[in-house]
Design a protein around this ligand. Structure first.
Ligand code: SF4
Length: 96
């Protein structure tokens, strides 16, 4: 095996390991849903299922991420995901 081929294989393996670790950490972050029992969530009366007619996370101006996803990031709860059908006291209508 030539030195350059060995070096290439070593770099490739390193790249794959890096991607794997990155993938795992992204999944870990994405899987973290807001716990309604969390003190901040409680203070904002967050629930996974809105009881307010016409008000839910999917039509709140603070929700982020992709329309249609059930769990989405929210500007009020950094690093957490809220349910599209959820609600909290910070709800504000998304501009049309
Ligand atoms: S601010 Fe409240 S209502 Fe709006 S998306 Fe975030 S959790 Fe849902």
């Amino acid at each position: 095996m030539t030195t350059s081929r060995r070096r290439f294989l070593k770099l490739s393996a390193g790249g794959l390991v890096g991607l794997g670790v990155g993938g795992i950490s992204l999944n870990a972050v994405a899987a973290e849903q807001v716990d309604p029992e969390n003190p901040q969530a409680k203070a904002l009366q967050y629930v996974h299922k809105s009881a307010k007619e016409g008000q839910h996370c999917a039509n709140c101006m603070l929700v982020q991420g992709n329309a249609g996803d059930v769990w989405r990031p929210c500007g009020i709860f950094p690093g957490k995901l809220v349910n599209s059908e959820g609600w909290c006291a910070a709800w504000a209508k998304k501009p049309a």
